[in-house]
Design a protein around this ligand. Structure first.
Ligand SMILES: Cc1ncc(C[n+]2csc(CCOP(=O)(O)OP(=O)(O)O)c2C)c(N)n1
Ligand SMILES: [Mg+2]
Length: 394
């Protein structure tokens, strides 16, 4: 587990970066903040469009911790996909390819920060310390989500596209009203959403309200290039991060397959928010390597060569290349991480298969916190109905 804090932790001497480059610094990618190239080479710092300089300063242990996180969340995600294929889950929305955007931003959150996910943020959920089985019980249909948003500072998964950006804005406005910003201990809020969600009214309304009320909110858009079958060019004619300017707050595009840059950019945006500097938009430029969900067949709308070109930018491969090149990890370490991932996946599978089916009458339990007379009536009626089957073959 990485707890890196740029500027605070000791710099790794062996991991000393090669060179310093302005944002991207690569032909064709002038707008991308990147600190780790696809080949695994470190870039000392990168400059965002508003002149902000981004860098990280992790210890060797923290670099290895980030790699471990990436491998674990990918393995658990693959296990969930397999469980769905075997009929054990109703549906699964895989994060394959988006591990760095999620682990980088998830590890950038401080304990007091609040996150509002979509249905795909299993990596952020993992970083928040929530048992990875929680979303599986939701997708198995045996409960309605399961975790306490206040305990973990991680809201329920939201399937309604973009709705959580409004929830996050309202929450962040409340943080301001309660006076919980203005210091290092201040609370910042992060709202996750996709490229397709940027076309939703909810998201644009959230931008307006967050901007006007200076809400301590980071809008974190994982641009994975598709909204189910709809490619990015159907959502926008300008880079998504540039939309922020129209709402009066900063926007930045980060290489979402680079865990270091994703961390650096998110940590800066969160710290700005907690210090009262208002909202910002991060566009994490990444790619959905798998299907939209297990109900989708991406071969019907995208070509194999496109997927292959993104495989060359794989977030885990580049972190591994970095660790090897800098001699921060050896084969024993990589084998041990793989073994841990295998064990955790087996454990996840066994616990999913052992999940009890809920009593049908329990569907009335969480409708209202304190119940209601009408609901009591319905519960009693339903119980009588269920009892009518007792002793019968049905
Ligand atoms: C309000 C609403 N409209 C439509 C849908 C159906 N739907 C589910 S996922 C999705 C695409 C979302 O794409 P994007 O925002 O890019 O997120 P991604 O799934 O790529 O992470 C749509 C249209 C929905 N869930 N909610
Ligand atoms: Mg998308």
């Amino acid at each position: 587990m990485a707890k890196g804090d740029p500027g605070v932790t000791a710099r790794s001497r062996r991991a000393a970066p090669r060179s310093k480059r302005a944002a991207g610094g690569r032909v064709g990618d002038p707008e991308l903040v990147q600190l780790l190239t696809p080949e695994g080479d470190r870039i000392e710092s990168a400059v965002g469009p508003d002149g902000t300089e981004y860098r990280v300063d992790f210890t060797d242990e923290e670099y290895r911790g980030l790699y471990r996180d990436l491998v674990l969340v990918r393995k658990l995600d693959a296990e969930a996909t397999a469980l769905q294929r075997q009929g054990e889950l109703g549906l699964w929305a895989s994060l394959l390819g988006q591990e760095a955007a999620q682990v980088g931003s998830g590890r950038a959150l401080r304990t007091q920060d609040m996150a509002f996910p979509t249905y795909r943020e299993h990596g952020v959920l993992y970083c928040r310390g929530i048992d990875p089985i929680m979303p599986l019980s939701l997708f198995r249909g045996v409960d309605q989500g399961g975790w306490d948003p206040n305990e973990f500072k991680f809201n329920m998964y939201t399937i309604v596209i973009g709705a959580q950006t409004l929830h996050a804005t309202g929450y962040a406005m409340g943080v301001n009203i309660d006076g919980r910003t203005g210091s290092d201990d201040g609370e910042a809020v992060i709202a996750y959403f996709g490229d397709g969600a940027t076309s939703q009214g909810d998201v644009n309304e959230a931008f307006v309200w967050a901007g006007v009320f200076n809400a301590p909110l980071v809008f974190f858009c994982q641009n994975n290039q598709y909204a189910i079958s709809q490619p990015l060019e159907k959502q926008t004619r300008i880079p998504l991060y540039q939309r922020a300017a129209g709402f009066g707050f900063p926007g930045v595009r980060v290489d979402g397959n680079d865990v270091l840059a994703s961390y650096a950019v998110t940590r800066t945006a969160l710290d700005n928010a907690r210090h009262g500097q208002g909202p910002s938009l991060i566009e994490a430029y990444t790619y959905r390597m798998g299907a939209h969900t297990t109900s989708d067949d991406p071969t019907r709308y995208r070509i194999a060569s496109e997927v292959e070109s993104w495989q060359a930018k794989d977030p885990i491969a580049r972190m591994k290349a970095f660790l090897v090149k800098q001699q921060l990890a050896d084969d024993t370490f990589f084998a041990e991480v793989d073994e841990q991932a295998r064990r955790e996946a087996v454990d996840l599978r066994e616990r999913v298969l052992a999940m009890p089916d809920p009593e049908p009458v329990s569907m009335f339990d969480h409708v209202y916190p304190n119940g209601s007379p009408l609901l009591d009536q319905q519960r009693a009626q339903f119980s009588r109905y269920m009892e009518s089957f007792e002793g019968s073959a049905h």
